[in-house]
Design a protein around this ligand. Structure first.
Ligand code: GLC
Length: 446
């Protein structure tokens, strides 16, 4: 038990130090040790221009790292951060269009953990197996390494990892004298209602239910945490979504709206929309990724302070169910059509080095992928999503790994969203998905 903390909603003590705010001092405090540029300039002696694509980062910490890389590699390599769409599906579509056309405009791709299989199967990203040997891969968390591996070769370096977390208003739970264990969704709903009554907050719970990848991720967490699966764990070509457990998961998700714990709006919310409501002080609980925590330190982004926020693993349907969080995360790939393979690799080495990962953890509130950093005292003290979210991080579960995942995901996004809106029953939604996903999986085997 940690000293000096309050009781967390899942019955764990909360360490005071976990709530230290992510201060600007961290920016200065972390030393950015760069990887010395050793690829030299372009063939004609001029500096190599690299384009790095990644979604918009509201903390500014990604741009700071790009600037740091550029100042260390002056006259050799200069990188530009090209902002892609915030929504992972739109991001993927835009990237795919570009890669399909054979364009080498983007050199380094900051990409979602669900993409490597498809990008690699199409030959769009470079095989990094020689540059990124197995001993070095061993320093990283196994799950994202596996997600970046396709047919025994590695195609990406895990940059940061993600796990769905339960954010809660620690101050308000304390004011409502909440001290019990919070294990199940039902308990969370009861607490949300009680705190809403006491505090007058508009909403009990917000999450991501829109028709997009994040909606898939949220629904899968309800399904997994009710004991359901999309694919059979021992025979991953067998679809098993049509099960009482998966139905239960979707029923619980829908009940958040029908029991007035969550607003109808969750059917349209993505990560940012739900975070805006929570950070505006309008919701008791929120499911979101760790990076939203960093925004609480910025008064332009948040009306509540980091000290008012608690973090825990996601609830489950019933005692005995295991709490799982979706394995998310972002990785660094090289566009196979880039003319600057060596310079791109230098950039990846810099971005994924321990010092830069630590900088991003502290200033961007993301989970590092290097195992040693998960034990780093300064990170644990300054980034509560990592210390309090340990259970969620340890119990991540990957989405189906397949070159056809994006097709599967589109079907799931539609059915899950329609079920959340009450337009189809959970029973019918999983029945339809059972057929649709089976067709996709079988097409993949043909
Ligand atoms: C986060 C995760 C990513 C996931 C996305 C869904 O960005 O890291 O893996 O696909 O959320 O919106």
């Amino acid at each position: 038990m940690a000293e000096g903390g309050g009781e967390g909603p899942r019955g764990r003590r909360i360490n005071r130090r976990d709530f230290l705010r992510l201060s600007g001092a961290g920016l200065v405090g972390v030393i950015l040790l760069g990887v010395a540029g050793c690829v030299g300039g372009g063939q004609d002696g001029r500096s190599v221009n690299l384009t790095f694509s990644f979604f918009p980062d509201r903390t500014g910490s990604v741009q700071k790292l790009v600037d740091e890389f550029n100042s260390r590699n002056e006259g050799q390599i200069q990188a530009t951060y090209r902002e892609m769409p915030a929504d992972s599906d739109q991001h993927f579509d835009q990237l795919k269009t570009e890669l399909q056309s054979g364009s080498g405009d983007i050199d380094v791709i900051g990409g979602d953990v669900i993409w490597p299989a498809q990008l690699a199967a199409n030959g769009w990203i470079s095989d990094l197996s020689d540059r990124f040997p197995e001993e070095e891969r061993g320093e990283f968390l196994p799950a994202p390494i596996q997600a970046n591996t396709h047919q025994g070769r590695i195609y990406g370096v895990p940059w940061y990892t993600d796990a769905g977390m339960l954010y809660y208003r620690r101050d308000l739970l304390e004011q409502s004298r909440f001290s019990g264990l919070l294990e199940t969704y039902d308990e969370m709903k009861d607490v949300a209602k009680r705190v809403q009554r006491d505090s007058g907050l508009r909403y009990g719970f917000v999450f991501q239910g829109a028709d997009y990848e994040g909606g898939v991720v949220n629904a899968l967490e309800y399904i997994w945490n009710s004991g359901g699966e999309v694919l059979d764990a021992s025979a991953p070509n067998r679809v098993t979504i049509d099960s009482p457990e998966a139905i239960r998961g979707l029923q619980i998700e829908r009940s958040m709206i029908s029991d007035s714990v969550a607003p109808e709006g969750v059917t349209q919310y993505k990560e940012q929309e739900s975070a805006t409501i929570f950070l505006n002080g309008e919701a008791v609980f929120m499911r979101n990724v760790p990076r939203m925590y960093a925004l609480a330190s910025d008064p332009n982004e948040s009306k509540i302070r980091p000290e008012q926020i608690g973090i825990s693993a996601l609830p489950v349907a019933a005692e005995g169910n295991q709490s799982h969080s979706n394995l998310g995360g972002w990785n660094l790939f090289i566009n196979a059509a880039s003319k600057n393979q060596d310079a791109a690799w230098e950039f990846i080495r810099f971005m994924s080095a321990p010092e830069q990962q630590k900088f991003r953890a502290i200033n961007g509130s993301v989970i590092p992928t290097r195992q040693s950093l998960l034990e780093d005292r300064e990170i644990l003290d300054k980034v509560p999503v990592i210390s309090s979210g340990r259970e969620a991080i340890q119990n991540t579960k990957p989405r189906p790994v397949s070159p056809y995942y994006s097709d599967m995901s589109l079907r799931m996004a539609k059915q899950f969203n329609t079920s959340l809106q009450g337009g189809v029953s959970p029973e019918d939604a999983v029945k339809m998905l059972q057929e649709e996903l089976t067709t996709i999986v079988e097409r993949g085997q043909a």
